[in-house]
Design a protein around this ligand. Structure first.
Ligand code: ADP
Ligand code: X2W
Length: 260
């Protein structure tokens, strides 16, 4: 099991929240890591829960290159689904696994700076690292922060941040090792086969060919940014795959390695 000093930043995608067994397995893995002295920071999405909540309120989901267009009238529902329901579902699973967690969002503790990313996307945020004191305090207690991707501007306006991009900013802030866990075993090629390793040039080619698209495009670009920042590979793997979780806990490479 990995015992290095760096923080493990685990980002989990929203589909996990609809899989009781997946959550239990992941939290058991995290509990074992924490018991071993590994600091773990969990960052989560919840895109599918947002889709459901918007539909239940008669609202439409529009995405542009993997990012949700966020009109002001949708913000309360999106914040409720991400900072509320998704965050608390995960906290419940963590608690059940014996983990002491702190549910939080990007808006807490002066952790990041947030601004509007692109006017065409509405209230979608772009965040940069600001102050790591709050997170470091939580981590130093052996507790696990569980962070949603709702951020806030200086004027108090809430913003919706893509959760992979949220994880990017937090990984940079704590100088952590980033692992992006999704519902697929990693980046897949045109034939559905797992690609073990990718560099920036290969990513650009696969995006151009349309092999990497939507949420995965956002994900690999976020991964590449951190890989280059940290000078070490970022992993894209699956929370679904029990063997990948075991390998991850041992500090082994899993899924796709996004190379700096
Ligand atoms: N080349 C690819 N390899 C794997 N998944 C891909 C690829 N291109 C697009 N995708 C899609 O990206 C999804 C993962 O991105 P996303 O839905 O944002 O995940 P998450 O919610 O876990 O962050 C996959 O479920 C798949 O539908
Ligand atoms: C701006 C933007 O796209 N925000 C995302 C935030 C949640 C997310 O990223 O969830 P997943 O990790 O499950 O995809 C959204 O509203 O869906």
């Amino acid at each position: 099991m990995s015992t290095n000093n760096s923080v493990l930043v685990l980002k989990v995608g929203g589909a996990l929240l609809q899989c009781e067994m997946g959550m239990a397995r992941l939290m058991d893995t995290a509990a074992a890591m924490l018991a071993n002295g590994q600091q773990v920071l969990m960052v989560h999405g919840g895109g599918c829960l947002v889709d459901e909540q918007l539909a239940a309120n008669g609202m439409e989901t529009v995405k542009l290159e993997g990012l949700r267009v966020t009109p002001p009238e949708q913000m309360p529902i999106i914040a409720g689904a991400l900072a509320g329901t998704s965050n608390k579902i995960l906290q419940g699973a963590a608690t059940k696994a014996g983990i002491v967690s702190v549910g939080m969002s990007l808006a807490d503790g002066n952790t990041v700076s947030a601004k509007i990313k692109d006017e065409r996307l509405g209230l979608v945020g772009e965040v940069t690292p600001k102050d790591g004191a709050y997170l470091k305090f939580i981590l130093a207690q052996g507790w696990m922060p569980i962070c949603s991707s709702i951020a806030m501007m200086d004027d108090g306006q809430m913003l919706n941040v893509n959760a992979d991009q949220a994880a990017t900013a937090l990984a940079k802030l704590v100088g952590g090792k980033l692992v992006l866990l999704s519902d697929v075993s990693g980046v897949l090629d045109g034939k559905g086969q797992l690609i073990r390793s990718l560099n920036g040039k290969q990513i650009a080619d696969l995006v151009k060919q349309g092999v990497i698209e939507k949420g995965m495009k956002v994900k690999v670009e976020a991964a590449l940014e951190v890989a280059q920042w940290m000078g070490q590979a970022v992993q894209v793997a699956s929370w679904r795959d029990a063997s990948q979780l075991i390998a991850l806990a041992k500090g082994e490479a899993v899924g796709t390695q996004i190379q700096p």
